[in-house]
Write a protein of this length. Structure first.
Length: 670
């Protein structure tokens, strides 16, 4: 009877232990979290593996120990019985997760994160060990959300080691992908713009022969994570060429990390690569590996959908507040040429050329800056006060020209039938150039997703995407230019056209005023004063040209004054410091300045946070603020619910704000 009771007790203990070792999952925001163990019971002095298990909702991901460009790895604070010891997390092989202009390292679908536990020799059979911990992790998709749970697992102690639980298979699969020590050598050789890491190992070389992807994951921040990795394999091993980041020190330096090899069936293997300075060994860099990149190959359907979104975004760009002031100049062009079909078509093509030139130039600059390791996004051209100052003066000059204060090239002041016979094709080209330059920073619907995707692709895709946006923006004007019926919708030429032209000067002055406000936000009142001084100098130069410009000395003097009016403010604003905190958009809105640390602090308080990502040069942002945010009802709601109002002011370049936008899949504001 005693023997029967002992058997029953042992069976009951095993059942209870098995149940405890597969503790019930806790549902959090976007995960099912649980603490699991490889065995149902442990013995005194035993060492065993437990693990944090996270089942993630699609398309959410969590992070590796080095999260890459952004993110935080999972962390734990243990509460353990006396004598029980817990080791550090054992990290399985991560995935490269591209997100807009960033590259993250982490896990999707499921993460099993093993931990080694040591049971004290003083533990007695019949005791139980309660493993408790407060786990925190950051989970992200198009937004990032702090998440976590308090998890516990009770494991009985018995005289002999118990059998494995069902969870042991999951822990074993995770262990199988963890990096193993490299049996051969690992070197890092400094290149012109980065590093070449080489790993010599028989197992690694063999696995690389049939790999679908090979990726190097550094332990630190010495490389540009989002830059394409050039991978080559040979009979002896693998080499990976990487671009250095701003955190990389000059000269030779170690570059520890891991090499992850993805097989054709999707399984992962990884090797520790403690790369030390040295030359690349022979036999590791013979054959290029196409998979060594920032993500999966891009399919035709995906490209077609994104290009369609870009074209539609370009169409809508014509209605954005950023572009509306320049539409006045386009309207003037239509009036001037509407009754000459040949001239109208020439203007349409010239306008198309101007738009395409601007978008092509923006794309090439972005590609060039990315290749140089810079993080850029749409709107970068208006984040520089000298450029904004220059175009503010251009708008002022256009306004004076439209008022008839001076003439540029062939006269646009004729009226009647003579108006239609004038040239002006170059004017249509520059109108397209200007409209695209001012409109490009306005990331509207459809275009935001397409640009966020495009900036993670290769240079040809980025350039093609911007050209498609230009086609969409220019399409309405070009279509009207090639539509004969348009001429019947416009009044016949006459003296009214001179008045119409003068009216169009005032949108130019309004645009100049907006750009002046942008400069003030970038450089303070002193910068705006410099631009106004440039406008006065420009007016003086134009007056000189009308008085003494008939002869060469007079033209030279007037030209120098006009050149000074444009160049001096651009140079001066480059040297003026950004405004103090009281002059920022956050201060003007009665809000706090956004920062990662401030968001973390407010989240710790449990407060609701509203963040306005904005910039002075983004007219759409200002309209959104005036219409939807800056109202008594909204402020009352914020106060009632204790909402923290933060403003991320991207008027000037800010890599932290750019990274935050990229985390949300956005290439610009709003």
């Amino acid at each position: 009877m005693t023997r029967a009771w002992a058997i029953a007790a042992a069976l009951l203990l095993a059942v209870l232990g098995a149940n405890a070792a597969s503790a019930q999952a806790v549902k959090t925001l976007h995960t099912n979290a649980s603490l699991i163990a490889e065995r149902s019971a442990v013995a005194p002095g035993d060492t065993f593996l437990g693990a944090l298990k996270l089942d993630l909702e699609d398309p959410w991901h969590v992070y590796w120990m080095n999260p890459g460009d952004s993110g935080l790895p999972p962390a734990v604070s243990w509460t353990l019985p006396e004598g029980v010891q817990a080791g550090d997390f054992k990290w399985p092989a991560p995935h490269a997760i591209p997100l807009a202009t960033l590259m993250n390292y982490g896990y999707e679908h499921q993460l099993v994160l093993p931990v080694e536990f040591k049971v004290p020799a003083t533990a007695k059979p019949g005791d139980t060990i309660n493993l408790s911990g407060k786990f925190d992790w950051l989970i992200c998709s198009d937004v990032c959300v702090p998440d976590g749970a308090e998890l516990s697992l009770t494991i009985p102690v018995q005289a002999a080691r118990a059998t494995d639980t069902t969870a042991s298979g999951e822990i074993g699969k995770s262990i199988a992908t963890m990096p193993v020590p490299l049996t051969g050598a690992a070197t890092v050789e400094r290149t012109a713009d980065g590093f070449r890491v080489a790993a010599v190992d028989g197992d690694l070389a063999e696995a690389a022969k049939t790999a679908s992807d090979i990726h190097f994951f550094p332990e630190g921040q010495e490389i540009i994570h989002a830059a394409k990795q050039q991978v080559r394999r040979g009979d002896a091993g693998v080499s990976v060429t990487l671009k250095a980041s701003d955190y990389a020190k000059a000269g030779d330096q170690p570059l520890p990390g891991i090499v992850v090899v993805k097989a054709a069936d999707g399984s992962l293997r990884s090797w520790q690569v403690p790369a030390q300075p040295g030359t690349t060994p022979a036999g590791v860099a013979n054959v290029p590996v196409g998979g060594g990149s920032n993500g999966a190959p891009v399919g035709f359907v995906e490209i077609a959908l994104m290009m369609g979104g870009a074209f539609l975004g370009g169409l809508i760009l014509n209605l954005m507040p950023c572009v509306l002031p320049v539409l006045a100049v386009k309207a003037a062009g239509l009036v001037h040429t509407a009754h000459d079909p040949k001239q109208t078509r020439a203007h349409g093509l010239a306008y198309l050329g101007g738009v395409m030139t601007c978008f092509a130039a923006v794309a090439l600059v972005i590609v060039g800056l990315q290749m140089a390791g810079q993080q850029v996004a749409v709107g970068f051209q208006l984040q520089h006060a000298p450029i904004v100052a220059f175009f503010a003066l251009v708008m002022f000059a256009l306004g004076l020209n439209l008022l008839g204060v001076f003439e540029m090239g062939t006269s646009l002041m004729g009226v009647g039938q003579d108006m239609a016979g004038k040239g002006g094709v170059s004017g249509a080209y520059y109108t397209g150039l200007l409209a695209a330059f001012v409109g490009a920073p306005c990331v509207g619907p459809f275009m935001a997703v397409a640009l966020g995707w495009a900036l993670t692709q290769s240079a040809p895709v980025i350039i093609a995407m911007f050209l498609v946006i230009g086609l969409g923006m220019a399409a309405p004007f070009v279509l009207l230019s090639f539509t004969p019926v348009m001429a019947r919708l416009i009044p016949k030429p006459g003296a009214w056209m001179a008045t119409f032209r003068q009216v169009l000067a005032f949108p130019m002055f309004a645009t100049m005023l907006w750009l002046l406000w942008v400069v003030a936000g970038q450089t303070g009142a002193n910068g705006a004063l410099v631009v106004l001084a440039g406008a006065i100098t420009l007016g003086f130069g134009i007056w000189l040209a009308t008085k003494i410009g008939g002869k060469l000395p007079g033209r030279i003097l007037a030209g120098l004054v006009i050149l000074t009016a444009f160049v001096a403010p651009s140079i001066a604003t480059a040297g003026i410091k950004a405004p103090v905190a009281g002059e920022t958009l956050a201060a003007e809105a009665g809000a706090e300045d956004w920062s990662v640390d401030r968001v973390s602090a407010l989240r710790a308080e449990g407060r609701v946070i509203f963040v306005d990502f904005t910039a002075r040069w983004c007219v759409t942002c200002q309209v959104n603020t005036a219409v939807a945010i800056d109202s008594a009802k909204v402020r009352e709601a914020f106060a009632r619910h204790n909402v923290a109002f933060l403003v991320a002011d991207w008027t000037n370049q800010d890599s932290v704000i750019a990274a935050a936008l990229a985390e949300h899949g956005r290439a610009g504001v709003p």
